[in-house]
Every structure is written in structure tokens, then in C-alpha cells.
Design a protein around this ligand. Structure first.
Ligand code: MG
Length: 261
């Protein structure tokens, strides 16, 4: 099993990066692993921490229509260049955390996606050097208020609500060639999305180089590489699980937001 890198909060409120062991205990690192964090003597037992999203990105750069079948499903064609948008860092939530259904929306959709975690500061990175800038891979769900996306000329509102970027549960260093990405709703055996990550038009390496010509990517930043065909709506109470072969599964449940604060 691949090494699993996590970020957790201890019972005393301390945040730690660490290595998740098969018995679910966490060996604590003294810094984020992409900043050369080293193992410490500290260990957290399985019942003594809460799992957080595995990194805390300064920004999440997302790609639209990066699978041809998804572009066709949207009634469009594959863009001639990657189509970029930003999800705010405040949208990121951990595996298991609730996705809140906004009162402004009438349709919110799941979009299972491969997420790339940047390890090294990147500006103007040549394509042949881009792979070395990727520290690892995790799973994301690019939650989208579809009615608002269709109503607005740009996507910031539709993609930017708090809780609209489930991420995790952990990071692995390598992506299995041809890994299958599947999304499941409510324990149904049949996936609602199923594709190989190799079906994406613009590869993770290509995207790192392309984005780095526009904005500097910082260690811990995340790129969402687009969703395959089959994105669809969820209602309050639905459980959504995105699985990627060789990484694991990211589950979240749709809920009503508690009293506004
Ligand atoms: Mg998406």
C-alpha cells in the first residue's frame, strides 16, 4: 500500500502533518512533507485526532471540460487551451465533513476529480520540468451550483461556496497509470461517473507548466484536473463518494447549513 500523507487536528487543537499507518494511528511530521518534514517521536492513536484536508492550499486552480466526453455532455467542444477557474481556499473541507446546500441554489452537482498537490514553488516551469514540481495526488469533489453557473457569466459564485471543495482523505506520491476515477451516490453499486484519468485532455504535468506561466504555484497549492462525464445533482441527505484507484475514497454528505454565524 502506498504511503498515505495526512493532516490532522489533535484533541488539544494542534494541527499536524503526518503519516497514516494501517492501524489508523498517525506518526507526526515536524513540517509539511513537501517542506522536508521529518518524522518525530510523536504518535497519535486512531481515536485521538480529527482528519483534516491533507493540505491547506493558498489557492485551488481548477480546470473545466478536461475530458472530451464531459465537454460533449455540456454541449460544447474541448477547449483549445485549458479552461481555468479558481476555487477559494475557504471552500476546502475534509473527507467526512458536510457539504452545505446553499439557500441561493436550486441544483448542486458532484464532480469527482483527480487533485494534484504542488511540492515546489512554480513560476514559468518548462513542460519537461513540470512533473518534478508535483508532490503527490489526492481526490477532490468540485461541487458546483449548476443553476448559478448557468445564470452567471463566470463561475466564481457557482464554484466558490464554503464546503464546495471536499479534498482528501490523504495524499499519495504516485499516480497509478490508467487509474480509474469513479463516483458513487448513496451506496449504489453502479457508479455515476467512471473514467480513466488518462482520458483527460491536458495531463497534470501539462497543466502545471501551463498554469505556472500565468500565476505562481506555491507548495501545498492544489490543481483540480476536471471531471469526466456523468456529473449530476444531489439533494440534502445524499452521500457522495469519489474513488480513484491507487489513492482511496473521498466521502461526504450533503446537509443543510446550521444557523448562519
Ligand atoms: Mg470540475
Amino acid at each position: 500500500m502506498a504511503q498515505r500523507y495526512v493532516r490532522v487536528q489533535s484533541q488539544t487543537g494542534q494541527l499536524h502533518y503526518g503519516l497514516l499507518r494501517p492501524d489508523r494511528s498517525v506518526q507526526v511530521l515536524d513540517a509539511p512533507p513537501w517542506l522536508q518534514g521529518q518524522p518525530t517521536d510523536m504518535e497519535l492513536s486512531a481515536d485521538s485526532y480529527a482528519m483534516l484536508a491533507p493540505c491547506a492550499p493558498s489557492k485551488v486552480v481548477a480546470i473545466g471540460k478536461n475530458y472530451a466526453a464531459r465537454a460533449i455532455e455540456m454541449g460544447t467542444t474541448t477547449p483549445a487551451e485549458p479552461l481555468l477557474f479558481i476555487k477559494p481556499s475557504t471552500a476546502v473541507i475534509a473527507a467526512g465533513a458536510p457539504i452545505y446546500y446553499p439557500t441561493q441554489a436550486t441544483q448542486i452537482d458532484y464532480e469527482g476529480e483527480l487533485a494534484v498537490v504542488i511540492g515546489t514553488r512554480c513560476a514559468h516551469v518548462p513542460p519537461d520540468e513540470a512533473h518534478a514540481k508535483i508532490w503527490g495526488y489526492t481526490i477532490a469533489n468540485d461541487i458546483t451550483a449548476r443553476d448559478l453557473q448557468q445564470r452567471d457569466d463566470q463561475w466564481t459564485r457557482a464554484k466558490g461556496f464554503d464546503t464546495f471543495c471536499p479534498l482528501g482523505p490523504w495524499i499519495v506520491r504516485e499516480l497509478s497509470p490508467g487509474a480509474r476515477l469513479q463516483t458513487f451516490l448513496n451506496q449504489r453499486a453502479e457508479p455515476v461517473q467512471s473514467a480513466s484519468v488518462e482520458d483527460m485532455t491536458y495531463s497534470p504535468d501539462y497543466l502545471v507548466a501551463y498554469i505556472s506561466e500565468i500565476m505562481t504555484l506555491l507548495p501545498g497549492d492544489v490543481i483540480l484536473t476536471g471531471t469526466p462525464a456523468g456529473s449530476g445533482p444531489m439533494k440534502v441527505g445524499d452521500q457522495v463518494r469519489v474513488e480513484i484507484e491507487g489513492i482511496g475514497g473521498l466521502s461526504n454528505t450533503v446537509a443543510l447549513r446550521p444557523q448562519e454565524r
